[in-house]
Design a binder for this molecule. Structure first.
Ligand SMILES: Cc1cc2nc3c(=O)[nH]c(=O)nc-3n(C[C@H](O)[C@H](O)[C@H](O)COP(=O)(O)O)c2cc1C
Length: 428
């Protein structure tokens, strides 16, 4: 396994020209649009892909639009602060980077770039089990990184993977449970994307017509680090990313059930997060088994098409598990989305596609810029909402879109810091 020091130094590299170019990006969606131009169709298609009709993908965005804010006025918001604690650890913002496979195919050393940017911004970074960089190298870049596993169905193979992750020093394991069967992403097939990639004339043509990606990411990776492999799906190295015949080995994933999670809980001594559930009953089971946190998710609309939006599952899950640390992902594109998720009961949100797009188009400067945009938006909108801290958010700051406020619902003015310190009633 190659754990190159070069990976680490490159992840911190931010040429002034790239920083200036990224200043043109004003919202997270700008990165996704830029990535569509920068990446060959097959590669961009993987980043953007959705299951079947895209119903769940659309639902994720519509869910955020279905809530409107009820801001409070003139409460003094000079101290607005978005720092938070997640599973007992302090972070500078209530959002992090979702696990995403193949980041090092999107941008040069993409996993290390995302990990280093998250480290410096003080936000969680989750390394994907389908990543192309050995997890040991990423743990060196970012000691607070979380590792996400797609566990196989065989206990001995699970144990070997867990032992490797623990030996590398990871403190938080995220087990994704919504990919026991691959989703039907027919758009990948249409665009010529497979895992591993098959060398075809079509792929070659797409590479030739996107020379910045071909030279700056793909050829550079081959020249400096060799052919990327799926490094972290199992305890040992997996298939190469480009191969005529190699097949990926997923193990017996479709055998997975809650007993496997009990087994993982017994063996894994660090924090355990279960990602990819939508039913309150499953959240209760995860909590009973001893998971420290869950991530309410439909995998960004990439798995079961028609699955409900995580934001719509959140209030019921929060009600079922009042004390559990709850994350959410899918469709979070603005600071206002982060605030809505927190108001409805989440402790943190993860962001996927735009941050991968930022690594593709702007490397370290791109990811820094994307995180800064989301930071600014979250902090700005917290103040516009009339709050100083995200801990003060609650569903009282939201109303279903298009619904008039009930006439009798006049609430007292939000408390000021002065009122708080004198022990006055806290606005819930
Ligand atoms: C390109 C891509 C690769 C992904 N790979 C993984 C993965 O390896 N493991 C995982 O748990 N989730 C994976 N996901 C799902 C994300 O972690 C997350 O649930 C989803 O992207 C959130 O939706 P958003 O992209 O709208 O923010 C992937 C998503 C994308 C877009």
């Amino acid at each position: 396994m190659s754990q190159l020091p070069a990976r680490i130094s490159t992840a911190d590299h931010r040429p002034a020209r790239a920083v200036r170019r990224m200043e043109r990006m004003l919202s997270l969606s700008d990165f996704e649009r830029a990535a569509a131009r920068h990446l060959p169709l097959a590669i961009y298609g993987y980043l953007a892909s959705v299951a079947e009709t895209g119903a769940s993908f659309d639902a994720n965005f519509n869910a955020y639009q279905s809530w409107h804010f009820v801001p409070r006025s003139l409460v003094g918001v000079r101290e607005r602060n978005i720092a938070t604690s997640i599973m007992g650890q302090q972070w500078k913002a209530p959002f992090g980077i979702a696990p995403m496979g193949l980041a090092a195919l999107m941008g040069y050393q993409g996993d290390a770039v995302l990990a280093a940017a998250a480290r410096d911004a003080g936000i969680p970074f989750v390394l994907s089990g389908s990543s192309l960089t050995p997890l040991e190298a990423i743990r060196e870049v970012n000691p607070d990184a979380w590792f996400q596993a797609y566990v196989p169905g065989e206990h001995e193979r699970i144990d070997a993977l867990l032992d490797r992750v623990a030996a590398a020093g990871f403190g938080t394991l995220v087990v994704t449970i919504d990919v026991v069967i691959a989703g039907n992403r027919e758009n990948n097939t249409r665009n010529g994307f497979t895992r591993p990639l098959r060398p075809t004339l079509r792929l070659l043509w797409q590479g030739m017509t996107h020379p910045r990606w071909s030279l700056g990411t793909f050829m550079r990776t081959l020249a400096q680090d060799g052919m990327p492999h799926f490094e972290n799906s199992m305890a040992t190295r997996g298939a190469p990313i480009l191969s005529r015949h190699a097949e990926r080995d997923f193990g017996k994933r479709d055998h997975l059930n809650w007993d496997h999670i009990r087994h993982i809980r017994d063996r894994w001594k660090g924090k355990l997060v279960i990602k990819g559930l939508l039913a309150p009953e499953d959240a209760v089971t995860a909590q009973e088994i001893g998971a420290e946190a869950i991530v309410v998710s439909n995998h960004g609309g990439r798995q079961l098409d028609g699955a409900l939006a995580p934001l719509h599952a959140l209030p019921a899950i929060r009600a079922a598990c009042p004390g559990l640390c709850i994350g959410i992902d899918g469709g979070v594109r603005r600071g206002s989305d982060v605030l809505k998720a927190l108001a409805l009961g989440a402790d943190f949100a993860l962001v996927g596609r735009p941050l991968l797009a930022a690594a593709a188009v702007g490397a370290r400067a791109g990811v820094d810029r994307a995180i800064a945009i989301l930071n600014d938006e979250t902090r700005r909108n917290l103040g516009l909402l009339g709050l100083n801290g995200i801990q003060e958010l609650s569903s009282r700051y939201l109303v279903p879109a298009g619904t008039p406020l009930p006439a009798a619902a006049a609430t007292p003015a939000p408390e000021t810091k002065a009122a708080r310190t004198t022990g006055a009633t806290r606005l819930q």
